[in-house]
Design a protein around this ligand. Structure first.
Ligand code: ZN
Length: 146
């Protein structure tokens, strides 16, 4: 322990108060939020994905919690007034979505099922050389009459 440790620890205590959730590494006191509110956030996990324009973008997934003064509790849905999951997409829309832990587990399970299905599709489909005409009827084609 160095001679500056007590002062440094005191400074860290101001930035990271004792009431933080154990996963919090980023406390934000925002002027835009309710007075006295603190936003606690976990370290983000970054996932690359494609946006609707097929541009590669990043999604940041983390735990978050708005710690609000008692007179501001009830101003958001109850699910979001407790620790929840936040997803921020770094594209031009800057989309943010919030999930309860249960919703996040359901989304993760659905993603695993869809990824497994997509992997299976890749194994059984016959590779088509680039530029080869497709035998499948386009979606806009009228239905075949029997
Ligand atoms: Zn915190």
């Amino acid at each position: 322990m160095d001679e500056f440790a007590p002062a440094r620890d005191a400074a860290l205590d101001l930035q990271h108060p004792a009431h933080c959730p154990p996963w919090c590494v980023d406390c934000t006191h925002r002027d835009l939020g309710p007075p006295g509110a603190v936003l606690h956030r976990s370290p983000p996990a970054t996932v690359a994905l494609y946006d609707e324009g097929c541009e590669l973008v990043e999604a940041q997934v983390r735990a978050a919690f708005w710690d609000k003064a008692p007179d501001w509790i009830g101003t958001d849905p109850p699910d979001l007034e407790r620790p929840h999951v936040e997803i921020c997409v770094s594209d031009s829309s800057a989309m943010q979505v919030y999930l309860t832990p249960g919703q996040a587990h359901a989304l993760a399970a659905a993603l695993v099922r869809a990824a497994d299905a997509a992997d299976t599709e890749a194994f059984y489909r016959t590779p088509v050389p680039p530029g080869a005409p497709s035998a499948a009827a386009p979606a806009s084609a009228p239905p075949q009459q029997a």
